[in-house]
Write a protein that binds this ligand. Structure first.
Ligand code: HEC
Length: 148
């Protein structure tokens, strides 16, 4: 009886945890990105790329989705060309974001795109496959960027 109660409690905890993860609000997480990319994502030309120009197109391809997720998870260090402008900066890995939070913030960034939503499971796969990459290697994953 006690055991069953404990199991039920554990299950309830799991369900509650899943709800927290789902409720992870991309807009709230985005606040940490806004320090550099600005509240509306427009960025600062030449310093912090706009997240409004190319991200939706990137989210529409498998390679682009992987790049976007790993830019957040591993950081990215160009050269990059975003919206025709050159960037040679470094974005630090956004440590402390779990898979659900990375998915939520990316869905916030590409809100309004027709691409399918990022899921925690998808992000987990990119994270596992990209664990050896540094920011420069992530930059080279960017489709359509002449970063060499
Ligand atoms: C400390 C500043 C800083 C913070 C905080 C930051 N970024 Fe960045 N981000 C950058 C810089 C700088 C670049 C470009 C790096 C380069 O030149 O290679 C970049 C690039 C990117 C790119 C690549 C864009 C493209 O079109 O290739 C994405 C996507 C991105 N950031 C998303 C995010 C998200 C989402 C967050 C919050 C979870 C975030 N960034 C937080 C500075 C930051």
């Amino acid at each position: 009886m006690m055991r069953r109660a404990a199991t039920l409690l554990a299950l309830a905890g799991l369900v509650a945890g899943a709800q927290v993860a789902r409720a992870d609000d991309g807009a709230t997480i985005y606040k940490r990105c806004a320090a550099c990319h600005l509240a509306d994502g427009a960025g600062v030309p030449g310093a912090f790329p706009s997240l409004k120009v190319d991200t939706k197109a990137l989210a529409a391809t498998p390679a682009g989705r992987r790049y976007l997720a790993l830019a957040v998870i591993r950081g990215v260090s160009g050269p990059l060309t975003v919206g025709g402008k050159a960037y040679r900066g470094t974005m630090p890995a956004q440590a402390g974001l779990n898979d659900a939070q990375v998915a939520a913030v990316l869905n916030h960034v590409v809100k309004g795109s027709s691409a399918r939503a990022f899921t925690p499971r998808e992000v987990a796969g990119y994270r596992a496959g990209g664990s050896a990459l540094n920011g420069a290697a992530v930059a080279r994953l960017r489709p359509g960027s002449a970063a060499k």
